[in-house]
Design a protein around this ligand. Structure first.
Ligand SMILES: Cc1ncc(COP(=O)(O)O)c(C=O)c1O
Length: 403
């Protein structure tokens, strides 16, 4: 593979064409909605070149920290193109978000006072809602457990909190919720939309405030396993439109808008970890050691998450060898696959770990002095572009005090 020779393994590789096509499909799915905007969740893939692609595709950004706000600013985002959805953050981050004229999503009623003192209360404020209990769909199937989640306002807090905001000069509110993650059931967004839209309509009546928008946040999943089907986002958009029409009537200008903050769905399938088999070990199990580790992709170690792995040149070979594919950390959970049937692997083979375009590089860390590796963009013209160099030991030492 050309890029592996050019950049050396391991590295993250992203497919520009795939990212742009997905962004366009998501926009098409909600093209019926007034004031629709996808705020790409920066935390999923915080690289300025990726954020620039999102800007070019007409997306905004969902930021969750001071650094992400600064990254958004440096990539040319401003005002209503930024959503700030933070949680338990330093108060000064509100002031920065306000100075950028970002839309503020309040995680707690106590944030009202903090915002007032740090930048002031704007005319439009978004509120993060937590329904509590379990989130069920398809009859009674439990899909998430918001009652255990640290985010958002309770049902009881909504009315008095919104009234208070009204007294402080707020004219319109947005309503946001993130009730479940990586949902490959296409019914997730419509079910969430129903909750948010009905709640917003009742809050409009009870508080006299207008609803500016419904923010469906992130949460649409991707098929990490080969047997899973991708979510048809066009069908999802159509189902959300039906819910909207039931609650607010035909969508038209001046009625509540729709916002999304997708991360995983936007870039997840369009990213890969390219790594090389560097060791083979036969003990109680048959191990293939690669030159990447959980520093590049922590999801398998952290959540036991499945990521498909292919062996370059042996994509169609029979999967008749049982391996653990391990990283190079002194951590026994540093495994990309456990008891996985794979084609035969030899030291020197290139392995591609799939679906590493979101919450992958971004969750990297430096345990064992293993450093973050490069990010490479496979551009639409067929060339590879380095969009982040690999860290060096000097980068690792740079923040240390030496004398
Ligand atoms: C507030 C908020 N919005 C959006 C996202 C993106 O979620 P996903 O990548 O699952 O779509 C997250 C993820 O943690 C989040 O916390």
């Amino acid at each position: 593979m050309r890029a592996a020779e050019q950049f050396g393994t391991p590295f993250h590789l992203y497919d520009e064409k795939g990212i742009r096509e997905t962004a366009r499909r998501v926009q098409a799915a909600f093209s019926w909605a007034p004031d629709y905007m996808e705020y790409f969740a920066v935390k999923a893939l915080p690289n300025p070149q990726i954020l620039t692609i999102m800007r070019e595709e007409g997306c905004g950004l969902d930021c969750s920290s001071e650094t992400e706000l600064l990254l958004a600013q440096r990539t040319g985002f401003f005002g209503e193109k930024i959503m700030f959805s933070a949680n338990s953050m330093p108060a000064g981050e509100f002031a920065l978000a306000r100075s950028l004229q970002a839309i503020i999503n309040l995680d707690d009623v106590s944030d009202i006072d903090i915002l007032e003192k740090n930048g002031g209360i704007p005319e439009t404020v978004c509120v993060r809602y937590n329904t509590g209990g379990n989130f069920t769909m398809n009859g009674n199937q439990i899909m998430g457990n918001p009652g255990e989640a640290k985010y958002g306002w309770t049902t009881e807090q909504l009315k008095p909190g919104l009234k208070r905001l009204k007294d402080m000069g707020v004219k319109r509110f947005g309503l946001h919720a993130f009730l479940a993650s990586n949902m490959t059931d296409p019914g997730y967004y419509p079910a969430l939309a129903k909750i948010l839209m009905e709640t917003a309509a009742s809050m409009e009546k009870e508080t006299g405030l207008n609803c500016a928008f419904i923010n469906l946040s992130g949460g649409i999943g991707i098929p990490y396993r080969p047997e899973q089907k991708p979510v048809d986002v066009l069908a999802v958009g159509e189902e959300v439109r039906k819910v909207y029409t039931d609650v607010f009537g035909a969508p038209e200008k001046g009625k509540p808008g729709i916002k999304t903050e997708l991360g995983r769905y936007m870039t997840g399938p369009h990213g890969f970890v390219v790594t090389r088999a560097v060791h083979e070990k036969n003990t109680y199990k048959h191990y293939i050691g690669v030159d990447a580790c959980a520093v590049q992709l922590i999801r398998p170690a952290m959540y036991g998450a499945y990521h498909e792995i292919s062996v370059v040149g042996r994509e169609n070979a029979p999967k008749d060898h049982l391996y653990d594919i391990t990283g190079c950390l002194c951590e026994n959970n540093d495994k990309f696959a456990i008891d996985r049937l794979m084609p035969e692997i030899h030291v020197g083979d290139l392995l591609i770990i799939h679906d590493a375009g979101a919450h992958a590089f971004a969750m990297g860390y430096q345990y064992n002095g293993r450093l973050r590796t490069a990010e490479v963009l496979y551009q639409q013209d067929g060339t590879f572009r380095l969009i982040r160099r690999a860290e060096t030991p000097e980068d690792y030492f740079a923040t240390m005090v030496w004398d």
